[in-house]
Design a protein around this ligand. Structure first.
Ligand code: NAD
Length: 485
């Protein structure tokens, strides 16, 4: 059986046979590798390696640092299919999506943040002093230090490189903790970064679980200077507590319960197309996915019918089949959670327009963790399936009458990550998009991203922003130099 190993101080660590756990392909339930769970001592070694590597990497001129990232992107591009295959084996997602989204975005992350850091300027003020004279104020930006990068399983390489690329480009060193469900691509990335010329110790990988395992040991480690975390709101709260002990900065990209608002003047064909993606992409396992669809009453039936037709046309099947559109959920445990919400929805009186169960796909696939694309009506904002993040291929359709009502319904949530507004009225589109209490608000589209723009959430959806200049701010500490002229 293949081992997925920890990477510490520039070297892969021989696995400890007694500290292994299974890496399961959720499409088939088959174990395809063993993962070496890092002990507290190994996490400690990784943090020490990152600290040793920090001064030299932080002093390395920016053009040399970003050249390493660009070479890493080129090397990753050469191994594109290998990375896509590793992502498919860990997640079960269709290979077409692994190629077009996950690995392609990883390349963009490496290249975009190389550009962002290469072209970053300094903030400066020429200050007129009372009585004459001036002072020159400028802020130099120094690396934050050793950064712990803790990421989830839904878009493993994409979300990892989104953080690792700016962190390294800014001169930090990192210890990354990929999800226990999806350790492969973070481990392959160690090879690519080393070959690209990243010094030993600047990128370390520790494997394991959250609290009481590698994630908990890492986020609470006194040698870590900052924690960037993507995952559930619940785990974020734990990580924040452990970071608080030494007043370390945190950046959190957490859960969502995202709304779409469809007005009666929307281009309905384009809207149904957009909603199909936003509800079912990655089997609903994207933090930005829509789980609440508010539809103006006069077009409610049309939108519901259109979405049902599209949901039924999705193709579950082997991830390697190029015609498969929809993969499994990440694990049986996660499927149990999703099915629990299916049951709660039924008990709350939902009408199941389509789906609501487990499909029979035949062969090995029936040992996987599949769930049917599902749509409900008949629920309201008080019901748990409409309030809590499910993270599955499911949405509740809820009618509204007025714009004010739609805005109030969409904002009636503890989360605040994303929203989408569907209308052909330009003024209304801007007005409603701005009224959403979220980090990102789309009009007539979904998941369209410019990596230079700020990304994050409010409320239970996160703290801080990353992307473009926001990443520079998180991954550096400014020192204001004030010169009396
Ligand atoms: P999770 O919180 O269970 O785990 C995320 C990572 O944190 C994993 O590596 C895990 O091992 C680690 N972890 C868990 N508990 C920890 C603890 N106490 N201390 C330190 N590390 C800990 O999340 P998940 O199930 O892997 O991912 C799904 C969640 O991620 C969903 O809630 C989803 O909305 C969220 N997510 C958010 C974004 C975003 O950008 N806002 C993006 C993707 C996913």
């Amino acid at each position: 059986m293949m081992w997925i190993r920890n990477f510490v101080g520039g070297e892969f660590v021989d696995p400890d046979e007694n500290a292994g756990f299974d890496d399961v392909n959720p499409a088939t339930g088959q174990v395809h590798a063993r993962i070496h769970e890092a002990s507290p001592e190994l996490v400690d070694r990784a943090v020490i390696a990152a600290r040793r590597a920090l001064p030299a990497w932080a002093r390395t001129p920016v053009p040399e640092r970003v050249a390493v990232l660009r070479r890493a992107a080129d090397l990753l591009a050469e191994r594109f299919d290998e990375f896509a295959a590793a992502e498919v084996a860990d997640t079960g997602k269709p290979v077409t999506q692994a190629r077009e989204l996950d690995v392609a975005r990883a390349l963009s992350n490496l290249r975009t943040f190389a550009d962002v850091v290469a072209t970053a300027g300094l903030e400066s003020f020429l200050t007129d002093l009372p009585g004459g004279g001036q002072a020159l104020n400028y802020a130099v930006r120094k690396p934050l230090g050793v950064v712990a990068v803790i990421v989830p399983w839904n878009l493993p390489l994409l979300l990892l490189t989104w953080k690792v690329a700016p962190a390294l480009a800014c001169g930090n060193t990192v210890v990354v903790k990929p999800s226990e469900e999806t350790p492969a691509t973070a481990t392959l990335l160690a090879e690519v970064l080393a070959e690209a010329g990243l010094p030993s110790g600047a990128y370390n990988v520790v494997h394991g679980f959250g609290a009481g395992s590698a994630g908990g040991h890492l986020s609470g480690h006194p040698g870590v200077d900052g924690v960037t975390f993507t995952g559930s709101s619940e785990a974020g709260i734990h990580v924040m507590r452990s970071a608080a002990a030494r007043v370390r900065p945190v950046s959190f990209e957490l859960g969502g319960k995202n709304a779409a608002i469809v007005f009666d003047d929307a281009d309905l064909a384009a809207t149904v197309d957009g909603l199909t993606r936003s509800v079912f992409a990655n089997t609903g396992q994207v933090c930005l996915c829509t789980e609440r669809v508010y539809v103006q009453r006069s077009v409610f039936a049309d939108v519901a019918d259109g979405l049902v037709e599209r949901a039924r046309a999705l193709r579950m099947g082997s991830p390697l089949d190029e015609t498969t559109t929809t993969g499994p959920l990440i694990s049986r445990t996660h499927r149990d959670k999703v099915l629990h919400y299916f049951e709660l929805a039924r008990r709350a009186g939902a009408e199941v327009l389509t789906g609501g169960g487990v499909p029979t796909l035949g062969g090995d696939l029936d040992s996987g963790s599949w769930a049917e694309p599902t749509l409900w009506t008949g629920l309201t904002n008080v019901d748990a399936p409409v309030r809590e993040e499910i993270f599955g291929p499911v949405a509740a359709l809820i009618p509204f009458d007025t714009e004010d009502e739609a805005v109030a319904l969409a904002n009636d949530t503890d989360y605040g990550l994303a929203a989408s507004v569907w209308t052909t009225d330009l003024r209304r589109g801007h007005r409603v998009a701005q009224a959403m209490n979220v980090g990102i608000s789309w009009v007539n589209t979904w998941f369209l991203r410019d990596l230079r723009s700020p990304f994050g959430g409010v409320g239970l959806s996160g703290l801080g922003r990353e992307g473009g200049a926001s990443s520079l701010h998180f991954y550096t500490e400014p020192t204001n130099v004030c010169v009396r002229l």
